[in-house]
Design a protein around this ligand. Structure first.
Ligand SMILES: [Zn+2]
Ligand SMILES: [Zn+2]
Length: 391
């Protein structure tokens, strides 16, 4: 008898926990809004009790050549698809994700403040780009994406955690959830149930998908299937509990504000100067930088699946978008990325600048990064469309 037709008590231990967790949810409240969340203790027990597994099937699937070739030949190319319905996991019963809606709206409402003479600073503008590189290209691009999602290189655990914590400071969800959603995206790109295809509509792909619960990507079963390897790490599990990753983000914002105030006090020697510096650091170093990095990252899901050129024939409508490639320091070479998801090198032609990859190359020279996965040229040559310049 297999567990599928056995009674509950005969199921493997970890599946019992899964059912247990699905049935017991806590209400978690912030500022009067209640967020249902899986019981953190039950969830922790569940993940601690996972049966050891050497590999993650979903990850192997999206990285296998067989998958890419099969997808190419199955007649499911997305280029001709004018529209795709929203994922089936989103319907009238899906709750609004206030933990996103409120910060996104409040942060955007603060934009005019940043341009008042008291708050405006060209150093602040420069920090948009510096912070974008540090927190988002290194934290999200190298950490969440190329390392945790695609395992495109190896590094010591402490350095992996450092990259992931920089990613948390970009306010783009916890590592486990980001990885889960992105692996589902690779498996079903531009076909249902891709969580954020612009074939639903451009707004949906850019930000709309973040605002409503999608049951394809929010159940413990989904975490088990797509992010088991990430959830086995106690740090990522802790960030996942309740809204711990959100508190880490706000703590880093307070820390940056205090550092700005301290520097302001040292420079001006006055309390008023310290207050002004703290305000500028809060507005430009945290709020404006977060808004900027949200949009450049979201642009990969929207613009880089709509506008740009294609080096490779792939089953989805991914594009190399030079504007978003420059803004994200490499992530915008998105057609290259879909053609060979495993490699940490997203720029494939000499002029496709990929600062995130070149940072990893420098780190490889220091010995901190190892096993940097280079493009699989033989597999890629089969998909090559030709040089867009006609060479
Ligand atoms: Zn994509
Ligand atoms: Zn990816």
């Amino acid at each position: 008898m297999t567990w599928k037709n056995a009674g509950l008590s005969e199921m493997p231990h970890h599946l019992q926990f899964l059912i247990h967790c699905e049935n017991f949810r806590l209400e978690f409240s912030i500022g009067g809004f209640a967020f249902p969340h899986p019981n953190p203790v039950a969830a922790a027990l569940f993940f601690m009790n996972l049966q050891p597994r050497t590999s993650n099937e979903a990850v192997n699937d999206i990285h296998s050549e067989a998958y890419a070739d099969e997808a190419l030949n199955d007649g499911q190319e997305a280029n001709g698809l004018p529209k795709v319905p929203r994922p089936v996991g989103v319907d009238g019963n899906s709750r609004i994700l206030w933990e996103y809606v409120i910060p996104v709206i409040v942060f955007h409402l603060m934009i005019p403040l940043a341009f008042l003479p008291y708050f405006f600073s060209w150093w602040g503008v420069a920090f948009l780009f510096i912070g974008n590189y540090l927190f988002t290209s290194i934290g999200i691009g190298a950490g969440y994406h190329r390392l945790l999602t695609h395992r495109g290189f190896k590094c010591p655990k402490w350095f992996e955690h450092l990259l992931a914590m920089l990613g948390v400071c970009s306010f783009q969800d916890s590592p486990a959830r980001w990885v889960l959603v992105h692996r589902v995206h690779h498996q079903h790109s531009d076909h249902q149930p891709d969580p954020h295809t612009p074939k639903v509509n451009g707004f949906w792909a850019h930000v709309g998908w973040l605002f409503v619960e999608n049951r394809d990507t929010s159940t413990l079963a989904a975490y088990d299937k797509y992010a088991r390897d990430v959830m086995r790490d106690p740090l990522y599990l802790w960030l996942q509990r309740g809204l711990n990753w959100v508190w880490v983000y706000f703590a880093h914002g307070i820390l940056l504000t205090l550092v700005g105030g301290l520097i302001g006090w040292l420079v001006t020697g006055t309390g008023a100067g310290a207050l002004q510096w703290a305000s500028v650091w809060l507005l430009w170093g945290v709020v404006m930088r977060t808004i900027f990095t949200w949009h450049v990252t979201w642009g990969i899901n929207s613009a880089a699946h709509m506008w740009g050129y294609r080096n490779y024939e792939t089953r989805e409508d991914s594009r190399n978008n030079w504007l978003f490639a420059l803004l994200t320091n490499g992530e915008g070479w998105h057609n290259n990325h879909h053609a060979d998801p495993r490699t940490a090198q997203h720029g494939h032609r000499w002029w496709e600048l990929d600062l995130t990859y070149w940072t990893l190359v420098v780190l490889e020279k220091t010995g901190l990064v190892t096993d940097l996965v280079r493009p699989n040229r033989s597999a890629l040559s089969r998909k090559e469309i030709g040089d867009p310049a006609g060479n």
